[in-house]
Design a protein around this ligand. Structure first.
Ligand SMILES: Cc1cc2nc3c(=O)[nH]c(=O)nc-3n(C[C@H](O)[C@H](O)[C@H](O)COP(=O)(O)OP(=O)(O)OC[C@H]3O[C@@H](n4cnc5c(N)ncnc54)[C@H](O)[C@@H]3O)c2cc1C
Length: 388
């Protein structure tokens, strides 16, 4: 049994990612964390190495690799102690344009996203009033000639200040004029530079970890109709289409976090001597580490199986949801064991354990919370009545 992710699939890519990540050690992340700054150099390095465009087909300038390669990259980033949350959306968000955009839209944006000339990092779905109940969102996009006029508010829009483009889900047909609440929503691509100061205002939200999340306000923001992705009114379906990829990749990140915590725990438990013996000799210390590791390995297999089904064109919904939930819980179990193993030093910033502990907690809430995954499993896998 090993906790070295290099033994796994995509060994060469993993080795290269680890080399790149070694240039961004704990001090780098601690410095940014202190002032809640964006890891620009790290994101630039990943972009230049082509890791953020792995899923973009070669004809648009990406490497056209399958989702399992993206999972290997993101897992490895987290396993080295770095944090891919600053740019992970760049990997999968372009899928909405790829699957549903017109040929002209794909030609215009995908090569620039692949080269890093344009960053598509911001995804505006969640609103203060709707939360998990996405179809209750109130942001509207009203057609006026050759433009949509957007009004409303988003919350928790991560990376909004560090993105050139934002994909926004807005209601284009009022709720009372559509048969189903999932209809009448559209996905619109917003050019952040043109929009800022012309109807778009961004306000950062300070959170317990360095995540660059924001509130975004739309006040009569005009966006060309050409920026509509796919058909008007089908946006909710398009967002759902992208969720399995997002869940699998975030699950892979949680696996990476769990591996990092485990490696840290094992090293410290071997080295720290109390009562004349290494603390790892005590089962009370060793067992939580071992249990977390077992949970991570199980989640990892589920991520891998989810990627396999996704790549085969099957319905990966159940696996992607389960993988995301179990990986987030497993990384948390590993984090908890890591803090406990380190005793007081787990709380000292210079060990990076407390930072990772804060960072990995998010994934039991975002991009979807555990309860909503359990609701999905209850309804779709088990056929129980829908609870909401
Ligand atoms: C740091 C951060 C970054 C984020 N980034 C983005 C982003 O880039 N773009 C974006 O659009 N969103 C983003 N989000 C939003 C995130 O997706 C939501 O916070 C998440 O989906 C939960 O929604 P909510 O916060 O409104 O919680 P609510 O919907 O208010 O739910 C609160 C709690 O109640 C539970 N609950 C609600 N309804 C039910 C039910 N029917 N059954 C059982 N339990 C229920 C939930 O599970 C949750 O635990 C981010 C959030 C955070 C914290």
């Amino acid at each position: 049994m090993t906790i070295d992710p290099d033994h796994d699939d995509y060994g060469e890519i993993r080795a290269e990612v680890r080399k790149l990540c070694a240039r961004f050690p704990g001090e780098y992340w601690r410095r940014l964390d202190e002032v809640r700054a964006y890891p620009t150099e790290f994101v630039t390095a990943l972009t230049e190495a082509g890791y953020l465009s792995v899923l973009i087909p070669e004809e648009y300038g990406g490497s056209g690799l399958p989702i399992s390669a993206a999972a290997a990259i993101l897992e490895t980033i987290q396993a080295t102690g770095c944090n891919g949350s600053a740019c992970h959306a760049q990997v999968y968000m372009m899928g909405t344009i790829l699957r549903h955009g017109s040929p002209a839209m794909k030609q215009m944006y995908l090569p620039q996203i692949a080269s890093g000339a344009l960053r598509l990092q911001a995804f505006g779905v969640t609103e203060p009033g709707s939360g998990t109940d996405t179809t209750a969102l109130r942001t509207t996009a009203r057609r006026e000639g050759d433009a949509f006029v957007i009004n409303g508010q988003k919350v928790w829009t991560s990376r909004a200040e560090h993105s050139d483009l934002m994909l926004v889900l807005a209601r284009t047909t009022p709720r009372d004029q559509v048969e189903k609440k999932t209809a009448g929503l559209s996905t619109i691509l917003v050019d952040m530079h043109a929009a800022r100061g012309n109807g778009l205002t961004i306000k950062p939200i300070r959170t317990m970890m360095n995540h660059n999340s924001c509130e975004v306000f739309f006040d009569n923001l005009r966006v060309p109709v050409a920026n509509l992705v796919g058909e008007e009114g089908r946006g909710f379906r398009y967002i759902l289409d992208g969720m399995n990829a997002e869940r699998l990749l975030i699950a892979a990140e949680c696996v990476g976090d769990g591996l990092w915590f485990t490696e840290k725990s094992v090293a410290y438990a071997k080295e720290r001597v109390v009562f004349g013996r290494p603390i790892g000799q005590n089962q009370g210390v060793a067992f939580p580490i071992a249990r977390g590791f077992a949970q991570i390995q199980a989640a990892r297999l589920l991520v891998r199986e989810g990627c396999r089904v996704y790549e085969a064109g099957g319905n990966a919904g159940e696996l992607a949801n389960m993988a995301k939930m179990l990986a987030a819980e497993a990384s948390w179990a590993c984090g908890e064991a890591c803090i406990q193993t380190h005793g007081g030093f787990g709380f000292a910033e210079e060990y990076d354990v407390e930072r990772k502990f804060r960072e990995t907690r998010l994934y039991q809430v975002a991009p979807i919370s555990t309860n909503l995954i359990l609701s999905y499993i209850a309804e779709h896998s088990l056929g129980l009545p829908r609870s909401y």
